[in-house]
Design a protein around this ligand. Structure first.
Ligand code: NAD
Length: 467
């Protein structure tokens, strides 16, 4: 059992905070460690701190949770820094989206070919990219040997940006690759007999290897597609789109199955309007990135934040009542998905699936495990520049990250028609940001099918960035 120092920046995050706290409590090898929670929103910070302290005492973990609103104080002395902060919050993203829509850009100007994910802003959220650099620079000064674990989006642009501008050790994480198991479940395959790899860039990963009991499993997928062709696709949630018509079509065109958020990150052909979205991603939402789909998601996030704050308040008012009882009582008030998430958090035998805490355990305790990581390419994917962040499988142990050889290689169609254009868009966005040049954003919009005139592109950029 090794003690280490971990700081979580943006610790009030609806998506991550309690999952990370709960994973820490369940990771015996990290018990005794110090965890510093940092957020600028004091009420969120206090709630997460109260819950974290209670989790740790009820689960007998001896983790020490501290809290601060000061970035430098959080980072000082850290061995691992997890960044989950969203600068400006969802309110900023909504405001940018609505300005874009007023100027004729359906779903806002940050929705771009191969980057449709609604909280993955690469063009307008320069504050987020600046914050990424600020975290890395502060680490260089105060804890130069520490690891930065990047959770906040955009992970692709962010990992590339930080690794090009800082010497800090860094890895980006996403959970999209787990949809490999959604594919295999639909085919009725047993998880332990699947041999798989995914490769690409964050939110643009492709299942280059798919074998079952030693045999190529792609023919099983082809048969499934032929047989299910007549059944109308009916998603259970906006995110339940791994086996959607969009995914099947992309597989047909690119030659490998797109995995996880890659299915959302298709082209405009699938995203023109709500009707098109529903055709490809199913009704009633038409993907998480439609207006109803994204509203559904924000409602879930709102419920998680309210549940976290409500639980922390209840703990203060009823200190004698156990956390398990409070969680099960609270779960009655919230939707099924939020209630399920709450019960998982407290279940000692179930990890959240986020990779951050197992990664720390692998590094600190040599608890070797397989991860899907975002790191610089350095020749792993042929045809992609060395200094571009790719998302690939790797083994991690106390000596670091060991990327797997990508075998078989990605099809040329994926490299030439998907990854290279996506990489180019990343380069454009980073250049516009580094030069703080809104004219470059106008240039990007001139290549956008929603642009009807130069005046339209200039007007939206003027309203967002000022003159
Ligand atoms: P959220 O708004 O609920 O949480 C973000 C937190 O950051 C808030 O508590 C906010 O107060 C805090 N914050 C804002 N400015 C800060 C600052 N300057 N310093 C410290 N903290 C600050 O957002 P969310 O929905 O939980 O998403 C958080 C991030 O995670 C987003 O970038 C989102 O896109 C990303 N995300 C990543 C993945 C992944 O797998 N990598 C999955 C989902 C979401």
């Amino acid at each position: 059992m090794a003690k280490t120092n971990i700081s979580i920046i943006g610790a009030g995050s609806a998506v991550f905070s309690l999952r990370l706290v709960s994973d820490l409590c369940k990771t015996v090898g990290l018990h005794g460690s110090k965890v510093t929670l940092m957020d600028i929103d004091e009420s969120r910070l206090n709630s997460v701190h109260t819950l974290a302290s209670r989790f740790t005492s009820e689960m007998n973990t001896e983790l020490i949770f501290e809290k601060t609103t000061d970035l430098r104080e959080a980072i000082k002395g850290s061995d691992f820094v997890i960044n989950t902060a969203l600068i400006g919050g969802h309110a900023f993203l909504d405001r940018m989206r609505s300005i874009g829509e007023r100027h004729g850009y359906f779903r806002g100007i940050d929705s771009q070919e191969f980057n449709m994910v609604s909280d993955y802003y690469t063009l307008t959220n320069w504050n987020q990219l600046s914050h990424f650099l600020k975290v890395a620079q502060t680490m260089e000064e105060l804890c130069p040997d520490a690891w930065l674990l990047q959770a906040a989006n955009p992970v692709f642009e962010g990992t590339t940006l930080i690794r090009r501008n800082s010497r800090i050790k860094m890895v980006g994480f996403c959970h999209g690759h787990y949809d490999v198991f959604d594919v295999s479940e639909h085919l009725g395959l047993e998880k332990e007999h699947i041999d798989w790899q995914v490769a690409g860039v964050n939110h643009g990963i492709w299942m280059n290897r798919f074998r079952y009991k030693g045999e190529d499993a792609y023919p099983l997928l082809d048969r499934y597609i032929r047989e299910s062709g007549q059944i109308q696709f009916k998603p259970k949630t906006p995110f339940n789109i791994q086996m959607s018509p969009a995914s099947m079509e992309m597989y047909g065109f690119y030659g490998n199955m797109p995995i996880g958020d890659t299915v959302r990150n298709s082209g405009w052909k699938y995203h023109y309007n709500q009707e098109t979205l529903e055709k490809w991603y199913g009704s009633p939402w038409g993907s998480p990135d439609s207006e109803p789909g994204w509203n559904w998601y924000k409602e879930q996030l709102g419920q998680i934040t309210s549940a976290t704050m409500g639980l922390a308040q209840a703990m203060t008012h009823f200190p004698q009542v156990s956390l398990a009882t409070l969680i099960s009582e609270g779960a009655k008030v919230f939707s099924g998905d939020v209630a399920l998430e709450a019960s998982r958090l407290y279940n000692p035998s179930e990890m959240s699936g986020e990779q951050h805490i197992p990664f720390i355990d692998a590094i600190v305790n040599d608890n070797k495990a397989r991860f899907v990581v975002n790191v610089l390419n350095d020749g792993t994917i042929e045809g992609i520049e060395k200094d571009v962040a790719v998302e690939v499988p790797a083994t991690v142990d106390s000596s670091g990250i060991h990327k797997e050889e990508i075998s078989p290689k990605l099809p040329d169609r994926v490299i030439e028609w998907y990854l290279k254009p996506r990489v180019l868009r990343m380069e454009w966005a980073l250049e516009a940001f580094m030069k703080r040049d809104p004219n470059l954003i106008v240039e990007i919009l001139l290549k956008d099918p929603r642009t009807r005139s130069l005046e339209q592109a200039e007007a939206v950029v003027r309203e967002i960035f000022g003159n």
